[in-house]
Design a protein. Structure first.
Length: 101
C-alpha cells in the first residue's frame, strides 16, 4: 500500500510543476533531442522518472559524460524529484537499437 494518497500525489506534482511533458520539452529544447520517451514510474505523483533520450549532443561522449550532460541540463528539475534514470543514445545508436541489433 502506498504511503501517499492520490490527493497527496496530485498536490506534489502540481507544486513541483514537474511532469514527463515538462522534462521532455526541456530536453528537446536544450539538448536538441530528436527522441525523448519519459515514463513516470511513481504512479503519477511526479517523483520517479525513467527516460530514453536520443540526441546528437551525445556523440563521442562516454555514458558518464552523457548522464552528466543530462543531469546538468535538468539540475533544478532533478533536485525536486526523488529518482531519475536516463538512458542516453546518439541517433545512430538509437536506430541500431530499434533495428534489433
Amino acid at each position: 500500500m502506498s504511503a501517499r494518497t492520490d490527493v497527496e500525489a496530485t498536490q506534489n506534482q502540481l507544486s513541483s510543476g514537474i511532469t514527463a511533458d515538462t522534462l521532455r520539452e526541456t530536453l528537446i529544447h536544450k539538448l536538441e533531442a530528436t527522441h525523448v520517451d519519459i515514463v513516470d514510474l511513481s504512479g503519477g505523483c511526479g517523483q520517479m522518472f525513467e527516460a530514453i533520450i536520443v540526441s546528437p549532443a551525445f556523440a563521442k561522449k562516454t555514458t558518464l559524460m552523457r548522464h552528466r550532460l543530462v543531469n546538468n541540463t535538468l539540475k533544478e528539475e532533478i533536485a525536486a524529484i526523488h529518482a531519475w534514470t536516463p538512458k542516453c543514445f546518439t541517433p545512430e545508436e538509437w536506430e541500431k537499437k530499434k533495428g534489433g541489433a
